[in-house]
Design a protein around this ligand. Structure first.
Ligand code: GLN
Length: 557
């Protein structure tokens, strides 16, 4: 007989940016380590159908799943921490929920009835939550976006309340993440904001079972007692989540030491297997005590937004840990490189990530030329690969106006052009080439060596391409830019690279989405290894008396 799926709801209180995604992902890892099959889901209160049309300034990175869902970046945490595979059932927005209900209304699905938030929207939310409970899923972890008290998250919270009523207290668990601020002037931790945010939840019928308290100071017992009393939570269920400065990958163990996973399993009436933290302890050790370091420039256009390149940043950390190295990511605004390349001096590697729109494209080409000519390890991703092609066409083939038709529809050298199947599409949301596609690599190429295979599958999010059949592709190849990865029908170029360069690889897909802390992505891993080698060789040259004067000049500091 199939076991009954149990549900954990994670809500947030007091302020946003408390790290609800990482806390949820850490809990999922712990439950998985205890032997349970977990599915993760994020409910977002905004009205966009998905974040795919939002600017990184609004939303940070758009994460892409294997099945081609453009999703909230928290899904990245879920996949990285818990090793789960997310899908379209992993992310619902209010927009997606309302759209389904309104479509059904137009089709006569509610003929004769008045369509209302309760029960129609809440029913749709509940069926979205139930859609996460596949046959093998023991526990669904459902993170509700926003902060308690927000008007727009009310239907989600109401659906969760009904869920508990329907499924029963031992099949549901409410975890509320809150902030216990430290007031420096008073020299005290304050519990009132948490009391108030729980009071808001209780006013809508949700009584949290477990309180997870973000704090910069350890919470003394008397404060825990107070929180338990006022928030109606058992004392042992006031869990401290102390700020961690070492590595985010230390968070799961810290939460387990506070018994978060045990309390969740007790609430759900589930048995507990002992847990081993060894692999993650080793990660934290490597992250906190690196043996070496390198600096890699990330040349993008949303560099002021911390979350815009979240998965790329994490992929660097994973690759760094694999090499016992600290990877310092130097964010460089692409447009600034149009004036000077000074900021690139002294870096050990360069990465140009994905992006949209013409701003910054010329600066990205400057960075790529710098990497190509100075033999600095380089990885280009999506727009980064398209810019690699544009740069090569402009500066090696001397096609001065070479461009993508995304940026210059009238260029005489459209080296990157809209994909054929995109030409008839007018809608902007969810219409790119999205999700996992297979790719065949050339044997012996740097990419194939990195992967250790020639058959790969990677995630995509783009409309434009380098067509393998095009005249420009033949000219690029002849001039030395090698096509080493193709779609199985041999139409679309997926990877290009330069031979006679320590590491110069550019791919149309997004490798960063598949990197894991314990399994770094091969293209990032090899970029970091090449950067460490480049740094070592540069330092050796510097140490030689003959090279001294010159080396000083080019040194970054
Ligand atoms: N703007 C480019 C395209 O749509 C690249 C997209 C990306 O980098 N994700 O093809």
């Amino acid at each position: 007989m199939k076991k009954r799926t149990k549900y954990v709801f994670i809500t947030g209180g007091v302020v946003s940016s408390l790290g609800k995604g990482i806390t949820s992902a850490s809990l999922a890892l712990l439950l998985k380590s205890r032997g349970y099959n977990v599915f993760m889901q994020k409910l977002d209160p905004y009205l966009n159908i998905d974040p795919g049309t939002m600017s990184p300034y609004q939303h940070g990175e758009v994460f892409v799943t294997d099945d081609g869902t453009e999703a909230d970046l928290d899904l990245g945490h879920y996949e990285r921490f818990a090793g789960v595979t997310c899908s379209k059932a992993s992310n619902y927005t209010s927009g997606k929920i309302y759209s389904a209900v309104l479509q059904r209304e137009r089709q006569g699905g509610y003929l004769g009835g008045t369509v209302q938030v309760i029960p129609h929207i809440t029913n749709e939310i509940k069926s979205a939550i139930r859609s996460a409970a596949g046959p093998d899923v023991d526990i669904v972890l459902c993170e509700i976006g926003g902060v308690s008290g927000d008007i727009e998250s009310l239907p989600f919270l109401e659906a969760a309340r009904q869920f508990r009523f329907e499924e029963g207290p031992n099949n549901t668990c409410f975890v509320h993440l809150t902030l216990v601020p430290y007031l420096r002037a008073a020299g005290e931790l304050k519990t009132k904001p948490s009391q108030q945010s729980v009071a808001v939840l209780r006013s809508i019928g949700i009584i949290p079972d477990i309180l997870v308290c973000r704090t910069e100071m350890p919470i003394p017992q008397e404060h825990r007692d107070k929180l338990a009393l006022f928030c109606n939570v058992r004392k042992e269920r006031v869990i401290e989540e102390l700020d961690i400065t070492t590595s985010v990958y230390a968070i799961p163990k810290a939460l387990s030491e506070q018994h978060l996973d045990e309390e969740v399993l007790k609430q759900l009436d589930l048995k507990m297997k002992p847990i081993k933290h060894t692999a993650w302890d080793e990660l934290v050790r490597r992250a906190t005590k690196p043996k070496t370091e390198c600096t890699i420039a990330l040349v993008g256009k949303y560099v002021a937004i911390k979350d815009a390149y979240k998965s790329v940043h994490e992929a660097f950390q994973h690759a760094g840990m694999a090499s016992y190295a600290k990877v310092k990511v130097k964010f460089i605004e692409a447009e600034d490189l149009e004036k000077s390349t000074r900021s690139l001096q002294g870096v050990d590697g360069i990465l140009v990530p994905g992006g949209f729109g013409s701003r910054g494209v010329n600066g990205k080409c400057v960075a790529i030329r710098y990497a190509r000519e100075n033999k600095i390890p380089f990885l280009g991703i999506c727009l980064g690969m398209q810019c690699t092609v544009i740069e090569f066409a402009r500066n090696v083939l001397k096609w001065k106006d070479a461009n993508s038709t995304e940026f210059d529809p009238k260029t005489t050298h459209p080296v990157i052009d809209l994909m054929e199947e995109q030409k008839k599409i007018t809608d902007k949301g969810g219409t790119m080439r999205l999700g996992a596609y297979p790719c065949k690599l050339t044997k012996g190429s740097a990419a194939a060596k990195a992967y250790g295979t020639t058959e790969i599958s990677e995630r995509h999010r783009h409309r434009y391409e380098l067509s393998y059949d095009s005249e420009s592709c033949k000219a690029l190849e002849k001039a030395g830019l090698k096509v080493v990865g193709l779609s199985p029908d041999k139409k679309l170029v997926e990877v290009v690279e330069l031979p006679n360069h320590p590491y110069f690889v550019a791919c149309q897909f997004h490798p960063e989405f598949k990197s894991r802390p314990t399994l770094p992505h091969p293209l990032f891993d090899n970029l970091v290894r090449a950067a460490l080698k480049y740094k070592q060789e540069r330092e050796q040259k510097k140490a030689k008396p003959s090279g001294k004067g010159k080396a000083k000049k080019t040194s970054a500091k």
